[in-house]
Design a protein around this ligand. Structure first.
Ligand SMILES: Nc1ncnc2c1ncn2[C@@H]1O[C@H](COP(=O)(O)OP(=O)(O)O)[C@@H](O)[C@H]1O
Ligand SMILES: [Mg+2]
Length: 248
């Protein structure tokens, strides 16, 4: 069984950044094989990971719905989709990536989500670690793509509004009965000590913080890959220290 890490949080809090750095650290610490899943329709995990994506789950489903004749006569549609999705897994250096993509037209998300959920169920035996970069906000969780994970990492800034959003995410996880063995709070772009009072009733275990890191910011501005982030970057080093609380 894979060890599944799901990253959640408000838009712009640093989900994609932290998902990318987690993939890098799991790889560099030689913890096992990794599948990164970009479950955000505004996907940009590939960019951070520095790989090209050929296809997404959405592009494959769009193709099949436009050209149903490509389904072989002796294969069911579901079986064909499953087979095709495997071709959407891009191989990086030391990890693989599956991207959900953006479905064309309204009302198609449910279908893409169903396919993603099924495929995730099937892939859990193929990798030691799965790292899922989720969509901002709560919509994705409400679509129940994620049913269970070993560690849910909620990323937040240290502002009262940010922390309230983190709390709402946790409440939704409870309401939807998503089974998360660990529910963790990671503060991003924050250095120093957070007052216990501010985080005590979020329902999340606080594991620490990642400071503002100019090197991360620079790579982001240049459109580069966080796989090239210097080893001495404070953000990377802080996450490495906290990593054990996430991945084990
Ligand atoms: N610790 C950090 N230090 C500096 N910049 C950061 C840090 N974390 C994230 N950023 C920047 O903040 C922006 C939003 O981060 P991103 O990971 O895309 O957020 P999300 O995926 O939650 O929308 C990006 O430009 C990213 O480079
Ligand atoms: Mg993102």
């Amino acid at each position: 069984m894979s060890y599944t890490i799901a990253i959640a949080g408000k838009g712009g809090t640093g989900k994609t950044t932290i998902a990318t750095l987690l993939v890098r650290l799991i790889k560099e610490n030689k913890l096992g094989s990794i599948l990164a899943i970009d479950a955000d329709p505004n996907s940009n995990l590939a960019e951070g990971l520095g790989i090209e994506i050929k296809e997404t789950i959405s592009s494959i489903l769009d193709d099949i719905s436009l050209h149903p004749e490509i389904i072989p006569k002796d294969m069911s549609k579901d079986r064909f989709i499953e087979y095709q999705i495997h071709t959407a897994i891009s191989e990086g250096d030391g990890f693989d990536l599956l991207t959900m993509g953006r479905p064309e037209g309204p009302g198609c998300y449910c279908y893409v989500n169903n396919v993603l959920r099924n495929i995730m169920g099937k892939l859990t035996n193929d990798y030691d670690y799965i790292v899922i970069d989720n969509e901002a906000g709560l919509e994705h969780l409400s679509r129940r793509t994620l049913r269970a994970c070993d560690a849910l990492v909620v990323i937040s800034d240290a502002t009262p509004a940010g922390l309230r959003a983190a709390k709402r995410i946790n409440l939704l996880v409870e309401e939807l009965k998503i089974k998360a063995k660990k529910r963790l709070l990671l503060l991003n772009r924050f250095a120093g000590k957070i007052e216990k009072e501010k985080i005590k009733d979020l329902g999340l275990d606080y594991i620490g913080s990642i400071p503002e890191d100019n090197l991360i910011q620079k790579i982001s501005l240049d459109g580069g890959s966080l796989m090239d982030l210097d080893n001495t970057a404070v953000g990377l080093q802080s996450l490495d220290k906290l990593g054990g609380k996430i991945w084990s």
